[in-house]
Design a protein around this ligand. Sequence first.
Ligand code: ZN
Length: 674
Amino acid sequence: MESRWSEADAADFVRRYADQGVAEDLALRVYSSRLLGADPRLVQHGGGNTSLKTSARDVFGAEVPVLCVKGSGWDLGDIEPPGLPAVRLEPLLALRRLETLSDEAMVDAQRGALISSAAPNPSVETLLHAWVAPRYVDHTHANAVLALSDQPDGEAICRDLYGARMALAPYCMPGFQLAKLAADVFETHPGAEGMILLKHGVFTWGETAREAYERMIAVVTAAEQRLSAARPPPARAAASRAGLAEAAPAIRGALAQAGDGRVVLDHRGGEANLAFAVGAEALRYAQAGPVTPDHVIRIKPWPLILPPPDTASDYGAAVRAALADYAARYRAYFERHDARAEPRKRMLDPWPRWALVPGLGLFGIGASRKEAAVAADVAQTNVEVIAAAERLGRFESISEADLFDMEYWSLEQAKLGQARRPALAGAVAAVTGGGGTIGAAIARAFAAQGAAVAVLDLDLAAAETAARAAGGGLALACDVTNPADVLAAFDRIAETFGGLDILVSNAGAAFTGVIGEVDDAVLRRSFELNFFAHQHCAQAALRILKRQGAGGSLLFNVSKQAVNPGPGFGPYGLAKAALLALVRQYAVDHGPDGVRANAVNADRIRSGLLTDEMVAERARARGLSERDYLAGNLLGREVSAEDVAQAFVSLALAESSTGAVLTVDGGNIAAALR
Ligand code: ZN
């Protein structure tokens, strides 16, 4: 591992922050924290922490010694000075006299010593940072060091490699006791450049930011070299996506049926994951526990281990059986350790955060695309470290009792937050014609309710813009009138999110002509887009919904023309009338599968279908202002794309409605359904 320290960049940080009144030592603390946070081989997703001993002015203007230490909720990769709140050092040092200190009292004491009451909670490792003397202290969960220390003889391996350069401390639960142990180890090893906490991670320190950082890089590099001298990696497995689009919905559907709601899957193939999944001893090493205790809150004590996908049999049933075993094992683990917990704990959900599948690799599991990605990232790190540890010797995690204490430690659980689950959390929605005004509004509305969104459009750039506005959805170029294109797009959705729950079949275009004179070709083109394309998309969606076996929702953008034809709109209205019949047929034929089919009947909304020029022309023809034309309805209200989008969301949430049409036109009795 190369040092990424650059004197030019460091000077740049110092200059930039000086303008904001930030002192040089803190600016350099921010700089080197970001260097650590930028490398996933060192820390991931809020892991690790750093500190600086400096001084700050109190209310009397007097200089007081403080510890600037990472605040909870901040990530080292993009930390700013407010993410390193200043805590008065003296009260922190005084705490060392105590024999014991409860977690709550420790948090209170740390908060009470903050210079600013608006600061975030200082790291749970604050006391450790305070009690080792050097000015700069860096802490990571470096993969290479974990691979060495997560061994039955990890202590001997580390002592042999590092000698007196690094102090070694046995595993100990983070918090007050670990801080005491580390302070004792620091004082009995005066020449050490840092300390390895076996089966947890590594600390380095120094009088300058650069010294502490480069000591970290040197320690990790030595570990990497030791590992590369170990036995070569086992036989390689070929990268494969075969069967992913079929298997992922079966896994996702089983999780939705057994678990606490729908989830998004994040698939990671790749050689290392595939080889890990098929290793002769995979059942042992994959279930031995996480590589550092911090990970247990992200990925639970073990993954869900599934059999290889088998399209000839009911793979969903095999997944459900594995899930039932997983939950039973988790409950037994909880009960075993809760019996000695004081006070007793409340069991967290017993469902896995990642799955290991021979032939496919691994899947991160989460209530959102982001949560699934975090689980997959952490799982990936576990695969890499465990594989490296197995090449060297035999992977060993902390004991199951220590793991339980960590998973149920209130200070760790606080990191996850108590956010309420949005109505469509874990759901996956696909929106066709998603690049247009109405489609983009629909994509945003579903994303706002927590759904992962796929935006399909003929125009990829428009789809990408809409997907970005929907919080980073999947953008796909798709000609919905081409069945092969549609099937390929829906396979991509299943591969990306693990499946699908909601189709918003929205793509359409107005075709006009007086019916007694219109060319057949116009009528056929309208039917291709305004009828058959909906059928292609619904069939492709249904194929995924059936693999999941967990119901779903098909939503269609019908038009006022379907029930209240306008002159000259025959080619459009006839296809839309057929579409309305299609909606009802889906409701009839697939209600028994738990699949609902509903439609929105919208009218007079500025969009690709009703352009600004068309609005101007029609208003002029009727002798109205544009506003009076658009608001020419019972409510006297201009209907927006957002109103249409909300109607689709409402139908997606209406669990007992199928075959229904929701009208969004401000009120037009002539177009009312009867
Ligand atoms: Zn740590």
